[in-house]
Design a protein around this ligand. Sequence first.
Ligand code: BTN
Length: 270
Amino acid sequence: MDRALFELTPPTRWLGARLEVFAEVDSTNLVAERLGHEGAPDGTIVIADRQSAGRGRLGRSFFSPGGRSLYFSVLLRPAMPLEHVHRHVFAASVAIAACARAALPARCAVEIKWPNDVLIDGRKTSGINLPVHVDAERVVFAVLGIGVNVNLGADELPAELREIATSLSIAGGKSLDRIRFAEELLAQLERELDLLRAGEFALVLDRYRKSFRMPGAKVRIGGPGVAREVIGTVLGVDEEGALLLRPSTGGADSVERVLAGDVTLLRGEA
Ligand code: BTN
């Protein structure tokens, strides 16, 4: 494996003060959860070169081959109510989008697809999830899981991902220093998380909206756990990050507020 992953030195104050680096794990989220139950401190990072059972959102798997990409989980013990914990995924997507933009030529279009997929030229390059552990409605800890396709080659993507996924190297046309990218990302992530902790989610959302190009798009919201599929036109995100839609079946003034789900962009449908 790339030995340099063991040399990762986050240029941060509290994020990654405890850093656990592995050549391979089942899922960095699972390792971070174990550490969470054992009492590891807020900001602990678990990073692995490869995951044998990488976990995606909504019960899916996350393609995690070795030597190319970044897979890490941040153990968080946030002092905020349960209904605000989802804000961390907005902070993470803003950090990834900023670092992707800085690492890529200006011709590459970096955008965020609600809630937290960072797309480059319309294809997904990173995934974020946030399992939260609660006890009697109180947040005990949360695990912010982040995967970024850094130097994955187009021929390495499984057939089912080829049309919908990409990597920074595919989009930018050249390989990146994966460890340097990780260090920049952790520094940026710490800045966004500091804003959250200072009660400045509105500032994080302002930055989110700058990368959010979905307003006006026709979408379908569905997926596992979504009781009722909705089709409509995206209006924006509200002050809590909920997606605001004008449903295609409603009146001209109707607005639907979506808190969770899978978004499919409908081109010429609907
Ligand atoms: C998604 O887009 O569905 C979310 C993917 C999250 C993947 C990351 S990779 C590091 C961490 N460990 C996991 O098993 N999942 C997250």
